[in-house]
Design a protein around this ligand. Structure first.
Ligand code: HEM
Length: 573
């Protein structure tokens, strides 16, 4: 069945009121006996729509000013510095990105504007970006009910994530959180460590064979492979992605970001389209007037997921009628201890609707997709730049585990320097550079300046905080804020800066919607790092590799969104 595209759906919804107004005015004109010329007939709709839009915008602005004054507050300063409205319009209609890197969106403007809080859009909607930990605290923990993902986000993600823990609000979100909670219980920790270690060992063997043959490998892709498979085994009980190859074998792929689209690249593609839609704002559907850009990657994802979901439901049905689903399958499940262990098998017990199961799984799989891999590749990059830190970390690993032993939960807890290195990486290159919410009702925030007037935050505004700016501010972290120095999480600087002001470190968010997979992520990153340093004594950047360095924007280093990956020289000594 043909489906309506996001663009046509948008036009149908948005043009309804102007169309009714236009018909009503036409009827009045007709009744009073006025007969327009052809020219007037052509121009009138254009003028009518322009007048309608201007009236709606002006009325909205006037209400905001009036309400701000009533609440004894002032409007958020507007940012006009970097990208003018014309720039944005051209970028929008030509399909160009205004921002080079998916996910960083408007946060770059805050840095350029040099104000702790700015309103980066004001015409169609308000998009307020703050760099004040005090405001972050209000959004995430003091009053989270007033800062929701919202209807706009739900529209952006509907064709990909549907309804699940990541996209819903209120009681539905609480329900979804309770559905996925069992997956993250501490009792599953040893199994998860074993799973991470299995993939870490595969990854190291692959790395060894490729670098041993004189090739370089894109580490970011290798880490993407391991983290996607760890997540898919947790959720589905199977691995879904193939090992990446050495760069010679992949040289043709360089020409396109999404070569032949497998499950893994389809997820990346979906993430990119969603982040693009967010960046374009409420007018994003006009960019997908004739086609839904998530359709093709979602088709690939469904080709993998649908048969797995059907198989899980078939097993449940067979059990229900007292039939063994297949003696072989059952024996395999029992020997792996997998029966009823994955989120998929638990969901199959809860519902008969396959689309609901798919939504729940994708809500965990897609948002976490790249975060672990990006953190790991940033971490390795920093280690390659800082040999002294690498040898300190390696000494800790060898002291606790020797050259081959796998860590237990207790080992990981005891390895404080490893945790500090991971935290320092997350501080300087946070893989989630900003989090966006929508306000439910108008409110005020304290001024960032002493004795300043409170700041007015309108209802239905997008509000976001710029994680990178907060993580690297000298005001919050001291004069060496931009340096990579894991000791800051262990020495006096911890007590001086982070302990009294915890909202300056936000890689996983804080409060009721904080990242569910935080501990899972620390496990994965720790084990991959441990296996890498158990195997290799020194790491250095391979300037001759096809994937030589990270891209750097003028304002910030970017591990995220780096399609060029990272090539390394490894030494076992
Ligand atoms: C370095 C790795 C990771 C980072 C930096 C990260 C970061 C984040 C952030 C910033 C949020 C949003 C918090 C908010 O909206 O306030 C989030 C949400 C979430 N993350 Fe992670 N994440 C990581 C890994 C993972 C992993 C491995 C999983 C699962 C296997 C996961 C599952 C989730 C889920 C389900 C949510 C939605 C929580 C909710 O809305 O209630 N994350 N993550």
């Amino acid at each position: 069945m043909a489906q309506i595209t996001p663009g046509l759906d948008f036009l149908a919804r948005k043009l309804f009121i102007p169309l009714i107004l236009f018909l009503a005015i036409s009827l009045v004109i007709f009744l009073v006996g006025f007969r327009p010329t052809t020219w007037q007939l052509l121009v009138a709709p254009f003028l009518g729509i322009t007048a309608y839009i201007s009236a709606v915008i002006s009325l909205g602005r006037w209400i905001e000013r009036w309400e701000a004054a009533r609440m004894g507050s002032r409007l958020v300063p507007q940012c006009r510095r970097r990208h003018s409205a014309i720039d944005r319009a051209i970028a929008f209609f030509c399909g160009r990105r205004t921002y080079e890197v998916p996910g960083t969106m408007l946060a770059q403007e805050v840095v350029a504007y040099n104000s702790p809080i700015v309103n980066v859009f004001t015409i169609w909607f308000n998009y307020i970006v703050t760099t004040c930990p005090e405001h972050v605290k209000i959004i995430l923990t003091t009053n989270p009910e007033n800062y929701v993902k919202g209807e706009g986000f739900s529209r952006v993600t509907r064709s990909t994530l549907g309804m699940g823990v990541y996209t819903t609000d209120g009681s539905l979100w609480k329900f979804h959180r309770s559905v996925v909670r069992p997956l993250f219980l501490r009792s599953r920790h040893p199994t998860h460590l074993e799973l991470c270690d299995r993939y870490a060992q595969h990854a190291m063997a692959h790395l060894d064979s490729i670098t041993g043959a004189g090739y370089s490998i894109d580490l970011l892709n290798l880490f993407r492979w391991s983290s996607l498979n760890i997540a898919s085994e947790m959720l589905l009980g199977v691995c879904v992605s193939n090992l990446p190859c050495a760069h010679e074998a992949c040289s043709d792929r360089e020409s396109s970001f999404y070569p032949e689209m497998d499950f893994s690249t389809a997820i990346l593609r979906v993430q990119e389209v969603v982040s693009r839609r967010e960046e374009l704002g409420p007018l994003w559907p006009l960019h997908e007037l004739l086609n839904d850009k998530t359709k093709e990657p979602m088709h690939i994802i469904s080709q993998t997921l649908d048969p797995l979901i059907l198989a899980a439901m078939r097993k449940k049905m067979m059990r229900g009628v007292g039939v063994l689903y297949s003696t072989d399958e059952k024996a395999i499940d029992a020997s792996n201890g997998k029966e009823n262990e994955t989120l998929l098998s638990q969901l199959a017990e809860l519902t008969d609707e396959s689309y609901q199961i798919k939504d729940v799984i994708l809500n965990v799989l897609i948002p976490q997709r790249d975060n672990v891999a990006l953190t790991l590749s940033s971490l390795v990059y920093y280690l390659a730049l800082h040999p002294r830190i690498t040898s300190h970390l390696r000494a800790e690993i060898l002291h606790h585990l020797g050259p081959i032993r796998r860590p237990t939960s207790d080992d990981l807890r005891a390895m404080k320097y490893l945790r500090a290195v991971i935290n320092e990486t997350l501080r300087l290159t946070p893989p989630v550079p900003c989090t966006i919410r929508e306000t439910v009702t108008a409110t005020t925030w304290p001024s960032p300046y002493p004795k300043g007037k409170p700041i007015y935050i309108p209802a239905h505004a997008k509000v976001s905080y710029d994680v990178y700016s907060i993580h690297t501010s000298k005001d919050f972290w001291g004069p060496d804020a931009k340096q990579f120095d894991p000791e800051r999480f262990l020495d006096g600087r911890y007590q001086e800066y982070l302990s009294p002001n915890p909202y300056i470190f936000l890689p996983f968010g804080v409060g009721p919607r904080a990242c569910f997979g935080q501990e899972v992520a620390y496990d994965e990153i720790s084990i991959l790092t441990i296996r890498l340093l158990q195997a290799y004594g020194s790491l250095s950047i391979d300037a001759s590799a096809k994937y030589p360095t990270f891209r750097t924007l003028e304002t910030r280093p970017l591990a995220y969104g780096n399609k060029n990956g990272l090539g390394l020289k490894l030494d076992t000594s």
